[in-house]
Design a protein around this ligand. Structure first.
Ligand SMILES: Cc1cc2nc3c(=O)[nH]c(=O)nc-3n(C[C@H](O)[C@H](O)[C@H](O)COP(=O)(O)OP(=O)(O)OC[C@H]3O[C@@H](n4cnc5c(N)ncnc54)[C@H](O)[C@@H]3O)c2cc1C
Length: 236
């Protein structure tokens, strides 16, 4: 039974009697186990259920450009990853339709669903600033973060970053395209979680970090979630 647009608002759990979710429109959905895979909201949903996820989502917006001369790129042009960051940095990806998108960068978003600079939600921002892990992260990676802000605000700076991979590119080859927001899981000590993170509570399984699953591990993640659900059911 798939319910579109049904936002989980309240979650109650009674030991041995499963979980009840009240959606914002007042519908109550009951089940024996709750699987939380709420992406940008997963830490909040875990806390709604009464569990401590021991991490917070810090939203990072990834901005893209479309390449006006896609013939410059025949395949994928990616940098060697820096193991210090889960962000790959700007790269060029040729899609199945022949178009080439360039990006993403990674700038702190003003809201969980902050798909552009003007979208700022004070409650989201306050939640980010109240998490000690954010400040550890900010201290450790301030230089990198400022560079990303620069590449977000200045197309010339973004173009310079692209030119390291594709010297022929010019500023007017880059056409602004829609952005995405990455749900970056950050631990209390500022660690950027770069592996899958799934935690359980009584009657609950929380998918708290599922980075880049499409190309790598979506089916094994599904199997792992199912395995943990069965474990929760066995424990009652
Ligand atoms: C810019 C960008 C580029 C990326 N590129 C790639 C790529 O090339 N390959 C790849 O594999 N991955 C890529 N990813 C990562 C990938 O998109 C995510 O890792 C993946 O979507 C995470 O899956 P998820 O199911 O955990 O969360 P999501 O896909 O975010 O799904 C969460 C869902 O929960 C819903 N939800 C939230 N709160 C509630 C609530 N209270 N009640 C009910 N529903 C709720 C949301 O509406 C959403 O539908 C990219 C991400 C970004 C931001």
């Amino acid at each position: 039974d798939i319910r579109y647009g049904a936002e989980a608002g309240l979650i109650s759990r009674r030991l041995g009697r499963g979980v009840a979710v009240r959606t914002k429109d007042g519908t109550v959905v009951r089940g024996r186990v709750l699987v939380n895979c709420a992406g940008l909201q997963c830490d909040r949903v875990a806390r709604l259920a009464g569990d401590d996820p021991k991490m917070r989502i810090v939203p990072f917006r990834g901005e893209y450009y479309e390449l006006a001369r896609p013939e410059l790129v025949r395949g994928l042009v990616y940098p060697v990853p820096d193991p210090a960051f889960p962000f790959l940095g700007v790269h060029l990806t040729r899609g199945v339709d022949g178009g080439v998108h360039v990006g993403p960068n990674a700038v702190l978003a003003g809201a969980r669903e902050g798909y552009s600079w003007p979208v700022v939600r004070p409650a989201d921002l306050a939640g980010t600033l109240a998490w000690p892990g954010f400040w550890h992260l900010a201290r450790r990676h301030a230089g990198y973060g400022l560079g990303e802000v620069g590449r977000s605000l200045s197309k010339a700076a973004f173009t310079r970053a692209v030119r390291r991979l594709l010297p022929a590119v010019r500023e007017d080859d880059l056409v602004p395209a829609p952005a995405g927001v990455r749900a970056q899981a950050v631990l209390r000590d500022g660690t950027l979680v770069d592996d899958f993170l799934i935690r359980q509570g009584p009657g609950t399984v929380h998918v708290l970090n599922a980075p880049s699953p499409a190309a790598t591990a979506s089916l094994p993640i599904g199997r792992e979630v199912a395995r943990r659900v069965l474990g929760v059911l066995e424990r009652g």
